[in-house]
Design a protein around this ligand. Structure first.
Ligand SMILES: Nc1ncnc2c1ncn2[C@@H]1O[C@H](COP(=O)(O)OP(=O)(O)O)[C@@H](O)[C@H]1O
Ligand SMILES: [Mg+2]
Length: 259
């Protein structure tokens, strides 16, 4: 059974339909890439996945057996289910922003203090040390973010994203705004975490080079629809679908239009 399954998920805001009957599956511990031009609904898809947005009636979003689309936050039992689902996801935000006025260690401890139930101080400390060691920053715990290089700050943001020991890390345009070298460093980190910690990654991007490099499985979203079925990246790359060719071969003309 896949860890995540979207079944005919649509999402409208008023009479604007943003997502159109999305179906896809993501296996536990795998890399999934959602590619697409901007404004096409990639972030909306991710927000539906963790229950920040409710899809239109009729679709299902099964996450480790819980249908997130069916959750009714007015019900306490459902809220608890939603929190349990969210705990399985770590987040890596666009700029990987750390809190500048906290040490690196406090940054990593942050999710544990705020979403960790009542974790003991000694447990938090041990886990911070473990996560920083895993990203190669074991001596940075007392440092301030401003004392770190750009690459080290990315690693620290990673340590924070995996602090709650998630099954998946969600990366919404992780490399957008980074120079190519920093973007490559980040992709390398994703692959390294995936290999060594067996963490799954769901990466949203408009960068075709990043999609190729990460491999795994991929879908290209255009105007809220998957243009070909969500499938192994190398298979999608070989597709002759005009939208796939336009995007990967960098053509100005084709089904994908600048909005
Ligand atoms: N909460 C919202 N209310 C209304 N429209 C929204 C909301 N969130 C996103 N949208 C619209 O949905 C479309 C897709 O947005 P988004 O998923 O952020 O695109 P992207 O693929 O760049 O991540 C955009 O036109 C955006 O304006
Ligand atoms: Mg987005």
């Amino acid at each position: 059974m896949p860890a995540i399954e979207f079944r005919n998920v649509s999402k409208s805001f008023g009479d604007r339909q943003i997502l159109k009957s999305i179906s896809l599956t993501i296996d536990e511990g795998s890399i999934a890439v959602i590619l697409g031009p901007s404004g096409t609904g990639k972030s909306v898809l991710i927000r539906c996945l963790i229950g920040l947005l409710k899809p239109d009636p009729g679709g299902q979003i099964l996450v480790f057996g819980t249908d997130v689309a069916a959750i009714d936050e007015r019900r306490r039992a459902d809220r608890l289910k939603l929190y349990a689902v969210r705990k399985r996801f770590g987040m890596l935000f666009q700029d990987g922003a750390l809190f500048d006025d906290m040490t690196v260690g406090e940054n990593v401890a942050f999710p544990m203090r705020h979403h960790g139930g009542r974790m003991r101080e000694s447990e938090i400390k041990a886990r911070v040390a473990d996560k920083l060691a895993r990203v190669g920053l074991k001596d940075a715990v007392e440092k301030m973010p401003s004392e770190l290089s750009g690459g080290m700050r990315k690693r620290a943001a990673f340590a924070r994203a995996i602090a709650m020991e998630p099954d998946f890390v969600l990366c919404d345009e992780p490399s957008s705004g980074l120079d190519p070298v920093m973007a490559a460093t980040l992709d390398e980190l994703i692959l390294e975490m995936h290999r060594e910690l067996n963490i799954g990654f769901i990466v949203i991007t408009h960068d075709t080079a990043e999609a190729r490099l990460l491999g795994g499985r991929m879908g290209l979203l255009n105007k809220g629809e998957l243009v070909v079925p969500f499938d192994a990246t190398d298979k999608v790359l070989r597709s002759n679908h005009p939208a796939i060719r336009q995007f990967f071969d960098r053509q100005k003309d084709g089904p994908i239009q600048v909005v």
